[in-house]
Design a protein around this ligand. Structure first.
Ligand code: AMP
Ligand code: MG
Length: 417
């Protein structure tokens, strides 16, 4: 049985980023940049007012001044502001030539003679954003390897870029195997159950950043599964199968995969999810993608086992192919709110809900972990509401309430990593 950390090393060694392609920025949310982005022009491109108020010559100081004109955002002043005059200006409008500061409207008053009374002195440059204040010309705004979230897409738009070289989303095939499996919605015959791994894994793949290829349900029939696998190898970068990797007579996946490529491991030292197979399969040479190889994860059939092994090993592979630098789940420390039983034979990934508790760690606050209850690997309800996997060590006995454990977060913000 291979420790999970070693299995992850093998997976990440085999998983290499897919070739980048150019896409419209509107399709790039969540993808990883494969080039740097620089500003061709400064932002703002002109000295801009930060306030609604009056453009002034700072040296003039307080007093009553005639109004030389008005400048709204989007316009250029068609006059030069002379000392001894002011001009009405809105937020984001270009400062007229001759002016060197803005006095906000709150510090002014309309004078009896129709002019404007400036109530206080302004420093030169006050409430003005100089050219290039936010982004200087030529500045690198994004680097290759950064992941595109809302702010990154905004920056790209602000510097006028519309297309980006990004790593493609890997195509991830999801195949549920088992003679007992029925498509949700169809009548359930005796001895059958609904396929829940298919919908679960397809959603998890999408969440991880992959493009789902629905391979449906395959029976426990070697010849049929072989055809399904051959088809998947031709159309996917990663294949996830679930079921058929235990020690039963009809557990065919390992055998099929061993015949089609290289099996790197077949059993993991972890709970849940011991029977998890990882293999690389050569794709037939189509001329355009010479030497392409497909990663296959033969995940266990039990619903919790398949999802947990996907999170630990499949998700990092999906993200690595998509160009992510840190492709594993982020880790934090959490405090147990109640004792948990340990497993003496395998480390366990205990499903839990983390909430922020301000009273922890002497009042500085921390994550409090609450178990989702019975951790049976068939009980998908133990994943329901879980936002973390607690990494419990292999040991005798219990961890007490208050013990600090590492937790893998099942949530992930977009943005640069
Ligand atoms: P297996 O790995 O094929 O031996 O399956 C282990 C357990 O998981 C059995 O109880 C299966 O019925 C169940 N199982 C396998 N595949 C699925 C699936 N797609 N959806 C729900 N349960 C499944
Ligand atoms: Mg089965």
């Amino acid at each position: 049985m291979l420790p999970v950390a070693e299995a992850l090393e093998i997976v990440l060694r085999e998983a290499q980023p897919l070739p980048p392609r150019r896409l419209p920025a509107a399709q790039a949310l969540g993808l990883v940049l494969a080039e740097e982005v620089r500003a061709a022009a400064p932002l703002p491109p002109f000295a801009a007012s930060i306030k609604d108020g009056y453009a002034v010559v700072a040296a003039d100081g307080p007093g009553v001044y005639p109004l030389a004109g008005r400048i709204a955002a989007g316009e250029m002043a068609d006059f030069v502001l002379q000392p001894g005059a002011v001009a009405y200006i809105t937020t984001g409008a270009p400062l007229p030539r001759g002016a060197d500061a803005v006095v906000q409207v709150e510090d002014t008053r309309v004078a009896a003679n129709g002019g404007v009374e400036i109530l206080r002195a302004a420093r030169p440059g006050e409430d003005v954003r100089p050219v290039g204040y936010d982004i200087a010309t030529g500045a690198q705004v994004l680097s290759a390897g950064e992941r595109l979230g809302p702010a990154e897409l905004g920056l790209i738009a602000a510097v006028g870029v519309t297309d980006l070289l990004v790593y493609a989303r890997p195509r991830v095939g999801v195949l549920s195997t088992g003679d007992e499996l029925t498509l949700p919605g169809a009548p359930l015959l005796p001895g059958r159950i609904y396929d829940s791994n298919g919908p679960t894994l397809r959603a998890a793949v999408e969440w991880a950043g992959g493009e789902v290829v629905d391979l449906g349900i395959g029976p426990d029939v070697e010849s049929v599964l072989r055809v399904a696998l051959d088809h998947a190898i031709g159309t996917c970068d990663i294949i996830l199968t679930s079921g058929g990797v235990s020690m039963g007579e009809l557990d065919l996946i390992k055998k099929l995969v061993a015949a089609a490529g290289t099996v790197h491991f077949g059993r993991l030292r972890m709970k849940p999810g011991k029977p998890c197979t990882f293999a690389t399969l050569p794709a037939p040479d189509t001329g355009t993608e010479g030497g392409r190889k497909v990663l296959l994860f033969g995940l266990p059939g039990n619903p919790v086992s398949s999802l947990v092994t996907f999170y630990l090993l499949g998700l990092p592979a999906v993200r690595r192919l998509g160009g992510w630098k840190n492709s594993t789940l982020p880790r934090v420390q959490a405090v147990l709110d109640a004792p948990v039983q340990l497993d003496s034979t395998r480390p366990e990934y205990h499903r839990a809900r983390l909430t922020w508790d301000e009273t922890l760690h002497g009042g500085s606050g921390g994550w409090l972990a609450t178990s989702t209850g019975s951790q049976a690997s068939s009980r998908l309800l133990s994943m329901h509401g879980a936002n973390a996997l607690l990494e419990l060590p292999q040991a005798e006995g219990q961890l007490p309430a208050g013990a600090v454990v590492a937790a893998l977060l099942l949530t992930q913000a977009t943005g640069s990593q």
